[in-house]
Design a binder for this molecule. Structure first.
Ligand code: ZN
Length: 133
């Protein structure tokens, strides 16, 4: 079951500068910084009530975030939906015709297992499903 929007991911060029900006905007600093080696990203998490904002900066030139910024500049990168079971949701959504970038869960930031739906089947929006580890 999909039970909430877990976070919104925003691609940024300069994590430090963006952290300052979001700290001013939200009135509170990030509660966590984490490098996700498998994705080539450095992340910074802010709490906004029950939800979070995840800032994502590329940590190398091959990073998907680097490619995203080259193509589309900074901005909203993905929406993450919290699910009880990734496997159950992958099965349900595949049966409905949704496509995934990969159906094998990876370890994401902030103690989550994650998969991404392909934006071509979700109106151009990159959707992440995440499950607590
Ligand atoms: Zn995310």
């Amino acid at each position: 079951m999909i039970n909430k929007i877990e976070h919104i991911g925003i691609a940024v060029k300069d994590l430090k500068k963006s952290e300052e900006l979001f700290q001013k905007l939200l009135g509170e600093g990030p509660y966590k910084n984490e490098e996700v080696y498998s994705e080539g990203v450095t992340t910074s998490f802010f709490k906004v009530g029950q939800q979070k904002i995840e800032l994502l900066a590329a940590s190398n030139l091959e990073s998907p975030i680097q490619k995203f910024i080259e193509k589309r500049n900074e901005g909203v990168h993905h929406i993450a939906l919290h699910v009880d079971s990734i496997e159950t949701e992958v099965q349900r959504l595949e049966a409905l015709g949704f496509e995934f970038i990969s159906t094998t869960p990876k370890k994401g930031a902030d103690n989550k297992r994650i998969v991404f739906l392909h934006p071509k089947t979700t109106n151009g929006v990159l959707v992440e499903l995440c499950e607590d580890i």
